[in-house]
Design a protein around this ligand. Structure first.
Ligand SMILES: C[S@@+](CC[C@H](N)C(=O)[O-])C[C@H]1O[C@@H](n2cnc3c(N)ncnc32)[C@H](O)[C@@H]1O
Length: 264
């Protein structure tokens, strides 16, 4: 099972709404640029991006001298990425595939770094997350790094109510669920499937695989002109009080969790 069909349907609207640019590395909503130091030295490094979407981050890495492979399950996201890579004059290897079986696309021990932004939360279950982390471990060289951001599990598990309180009903609910990713501005919506994972689900997968934790960051939002515009056209346009990505809400509940680990 994967969400390829859903992502193909919303790809154009997603790209239009979030307008992510390849001239900077995208960690998540309103994340500061200072995080880029986590990427380390990029020149000549062989890097795999998982759930690359339209490969804006892959293009950024290639522009900084890395040799990059972008993997995504959605053909529409990758087609958008191919056009962006061409427009930016960089070569990216594009692979259409499911990261839940990522080991079948590559030889073991070949990557210096594996990166992912806002994609690994789409692992279907905590068990499949563990399998993905294990496969990533095997694809990395010794001293290789996994650097990823996800929807912060606390934010992901809850919502803002009309009184501006953040409500989490059941942090431990890991049941498979379907939800609508909707783009009312384009009259488009897709049903996505997956399950919530807790912070401990990520950390225990990492520790049990043998990775060493190097960074664990809950970034506080940057306060500049795009802060007020991020996702304003989203489904929260008529109900801004519920927008989890407004600067005031991100100052209270983190939107993004960033983890960096190394294979020693
Ligand atoms: C929120 S987007 C993030 C993409 C990009 N990093 C960005 O910030 O725009 C999530 C991406 O993960 C991809 N994806 C979801 N599940 C996947 C899977 N099982 N295997 C590979 N890609 C997947 C989707 O197609 C989508 O492009």
């Amino acid at each position: 099972m994967d969400n390829a069909k859903g992502w193909n349907t919303i790809s154009k609207s997603y790209q239009k709404r979030y307008n992510i640019q390849p001239n900077k590395y995208y960690w998540g909503p309103l994340c500061p640029k200072s995080l880029d130091k986590l990427l380390g030295n990029l020149k000549g490094k062989r890097i795999l991006e998982l759930g690359s979407g339209a490969a804006q981050n892959s293009i950024y890495l290639a522009k900084h001298g890395a040799c990059v492979t972008a993997l995504d399950v959605s053909s529409e996201q990758l087609n958008y990425g191919r056009k962006l890579a061409k427009a930016n004059n960089v070569h990216i290897e594009f692979v259409q595939g499911n990261f839940e079986s990522v080991k079948k696309y590559f030889e073991p021990n070949i990557f210096d770094k594996i990166v992912s932004s806002f994609a690994l939360q789409y692992c279907m279950t905590p068990k499949s997350l563990k399998s993905v982390i294990n496969q990533i471990f095997n694809l990395l060289k010794i001293k290789g790094e996994l650097i990823f951001s996800i929807d912060h599990p606390v934010r992901h598990h809850g919502y803002w109510d009309q009184n501006d309180n953040f409500i989490i009903d059941n942090y431990f609910d890991r049941n498979t669920k379907s939800w609508e990713y909707s783009f009312p501005e384009d009259g488009i919506s897709s049903t996505m499937t997956g399950s919530y994972k807790t912070i401990a689900d990520y950390i225990s997968s990492i520790i049990e695989t043998g990775f060493i934790l190097k960074a664990f960051i809950e970034p506080e939002p940057i306060d500049h002109e795009i802060s007020n515009n991020f996702a304003v056209k989203s489904r929260y346009i008529d109900d801004p009080k519920k927008n989890p990505f407004s600067i005031n809400h991100l100052k209270r509940i983190p939107g993004t969790l960033i983890i960096k680990v190394v294979k020693e």
